[in-house]
Ligand binder design. Structure first.
Ligand code: URA
Length: 450
């Protein structure tokens, strides 16, 4: 490090706290020192909080992405034919799209090297869901990952110690220090691990609405643009879709329940919103991967592969290759089942005014479907199956949801939380966000008609 960038950690924290722009070398050195163990968690937590309030200037963000990306290996997938395309969601409740999407897109000829994370805060994580499949290994070595990519064009793994290890530590620290909801921290976290996959293109699902980390439209758009710009700098084409998280996606919230619902989509069934978002994202990936000439053509290809069994078969191959029991695709009864089920009914006649995802995600964590503390074990079987959707007319006593719990007391608590989160009103149908409201590319923002 040059004299110009030499600083002791507490001075770097103070400068960021006071709103100064750090020279790139100073910021990079601070993060490298954290990686090397000479900056402790408490100083990094203070720095992250300063970034939360002060943000990062473009040059600081560039330096942060570089140091996170190069904290580990960039996977070399040059042996895998064709373009490599992945997708990432900024996080939601009931968002299990990655599970049907990866086999769907890869069965149509695009390579999908998918490296996913665990649940964060009230949101679920693809890795926790995959691990609900009996025997499924998410901890493939990079050599195993590459070999499976060559054989099946798809592998679904967690962030290994080799892939953006700095993000792995920062992600866990942010989860417990109130520093998740920051545009530069989310953008650098997502883009560093995605760029480390060695991809050519990426579809981002940027959530908005009360269950998203950034609920407001303007902040979601800024996050999308920030990640597109990072992708551009690294030669990775990025398309971002702004999607609704003012209600859970699909019906299931909870790991085994979400796997079951994903398998339904792969068999041409499943909740309409989940199937639609899977098809929309697949269409973009197929276009980016050069398999479809247009998004419309991609849509048709995706729908056919869901309906004729090719996507489900590809999922069987992936599960088998990663040590899981492929019979689960036809028989989801193999998945862990919660011993107690409790049906929640509409308390009165009216319209569903709200199915509030953040409260539902938090109630899921309380049941054991997510983690309240770092590294806590999760219970794959528990969660909710919520069929009520905003805008629907309901009658008193009509089933709205089922709680899947480990014990009777948990089931009661879960039911009470659902009755608070699912608001029934006499005031007429509720307004909801369009499932997909905006498409953002380096060319600009396109507002979609829903
Ligand atoms: N997903 C990530 O990978 N990182 C974040 O910071 C938020 C969501």
């Amino acid at each position: 490090m040059s004299e110009e960038t030499r600083a002791v950690p507490y001075q770097t924290i103070q400068r960021k706290r006071d709103g100064a722009e750090l020279v790139a070398g100073e910021l990079a050195e601070f993060f490298r020192a954290y990686g090397a163990g000479t900056v402790p968690d408490y100083q990094m937590a203070a720095f992250l909080m300063a970034v939360f309030f002060r943000g990062l200037e473009p040059a600081e963000l560039t330096a942060l992405v570089d140091v996170m990306l190069h904290s580990g290996a960039v996977v070399d997938l040059s042996d895998v034919p064709g373009r490599k395309v992945d997708k990432h969601s900024t996080g939601g409740v009931g968002d299990k799209v990655s599970l049907p999407l990866a086999p769907l897109v890869s069965c149509l000829g695009v390579a999908v090297p998918m490296i996913s994370g665990r649940g964060l805060g009230h949101t679920g994580g693809t890795l926790d869901k995959l691990e609900a499949i009996p025997g499924f290994r998410t901890d493939l070595t990079l050599d195993e990952f590459r070999a499976q990519m060559i054989r099946l064009r798809c592998a679904l793994i967690g962030q290994t110690a080799e892939i953006a290890p700095l993000d792995r530590r920062l992600y866990a620290l942010r989860d417990v220090t109130g520093t998740v909801e920051s545009i530069p921290l989310i953008a650098s976290s997502i883009m560093s691990k995605k760029l480390a996959e060695g991809i050519d293109a990426l579809v981002l699902d940027v959530k908005r609405g009360s269950g998203a980390f950034l609920p407001q439209l303007d902040r979601a758009l800024l996050l999308a643009r920030t990640m597109i710009a990072i992708g551009e700098r690294h030669g990775c084409e990025v398309v971002a879709l702004l999607t609704a998280m003012d209600r859970p996606l699909g019906y299931a919230v909870g790991n085994a329940l979400e796997v079951e619902e994903s398998l339904l989509v792969l068999r041409g069934e499943g909740p309409p919103d989940l199937r639609e978002l899977t098809v929309v994202e697949a269409a973009e990936m197929l276009r980016l991967g050069g398999v479809a000439a247009s998004v419309e053509e991609g849509r048709k290809l995706a729908q056919q592969a869901l309906d004729d069994g090719r996507a489900a078969h590809q999922m069987e191959l992936i599960i088998e290759a990663q040590g899981g029991n492929p019979a689960v695709v036809e028989d989801p009864g193999i998945l862990a089942q919660a011993p107690v089920r409790r049906v929640v009914e509409a308390p009165e006649d009216g319209w569903i005014a709200e199915v509030e995802p953040r409260a539902i995600g938090q109630a899921g964590v309380a049941l054991g479907a997510g983690r309240a503390t770092l590294g806590a074990p999760i219970d794959a079987a528990v969660g909710f199956h919520i069929t009520a959707k905003p805008g629907e007319r309901v009658s008193r006593g009509q089933p709205l949801a089922t709680v899947h719990a480990r014990g009777a007391a948990d089931a009661e608590q879960g039911a009470a939380a659902l009755l608070r989160a699912i608001r029934v009103s006499a005031d007429g149908p509720a307004e909801v966000l369009p499932l997909v409201s905006h498409r953002v590319t380096k060319e600009g923002v396109e507002e979609l008609r829903g």
